[in-house]
Ligand binder design. Structure first.
Ligand code: NI
Length: 172
């Protein structure tokens, strides 16, 4: 359950690696590197994206919120780093993501609830708070959890379900 003396969202953010681990338990290496279409991500590419964003986007911004007065944030988008994700190994990316997430949650738990009011200026969204970014971070996690679930449905279960699969519309 939620505590009331620290920042919101930390329990959810902490669980993401375990949730993902559960979703990919029956995937082979090839499954993890399967791309449903040239312009759609594989599980491996999603993990590379999560691992890269964890530091490049989120941790960097947490530190800026805390150490600077009204730091300025540019828009950040996965499409900017496709080359970085293309050849990444699924297992290595996941391990690196999990490690960074643990470190980040341990740090965020040391912050008082008032730190959530720290402000930054986003070039598109305008003035935002650290607590708002934590909610966006949770939404980002959940979006990619849903994406991984969809990839697992499409790769592992859709054809294997035989004609029962016809009742499902997938968009991995
Ligand atoms: Ni993303």
């Amino acid at each position: 359950m939620a505590e009331d003396d620290g920042l919101d969202c930390l329990d959810l953010l902490q669980e993401t690696p375990a949730i993902l681990r559960g979703l990919i338990r029956e995937l082979s290496h090839d499954d993890a590197h399967w791309k449903p279409a040239p312009d759609r991500f594989s599980v491996a590419e999603v993990f590379a994206h999560l691992s890269h964003s964890e530091d490049h986007c989120y941790r960097t911004r947490v530190d800026q919120f805390l150490n600077q007065e009204l730091p300025e944030f540019e828009q950040d988008d996965a499409q900017m780093y496709l080359d970085l994700y293309r050849d990444a190994n699924a297992e290595d990316s996941f391990d690196h993501f999990e490690e960074q997430r643990q470190t980040n949650i341990e740090f965020l738990r040391t912050l008082p609830r008032s730190a959530g009011g720290r402000k930054a200026m986003h070039t598109v969204a305008g003035e935002i708070t650290l607590q708002q970014m934590l909610h966006e971070w949770a939404m980002h996690d959940l979006g990619h959890i849903r994406q991984i679930a969809e990839l697992v449905r499409a790769r592992k279960h859709w054809q294997a379900a035989g004609r029962l699969g016809e009742f499902y519309q997938l968009r991995p």
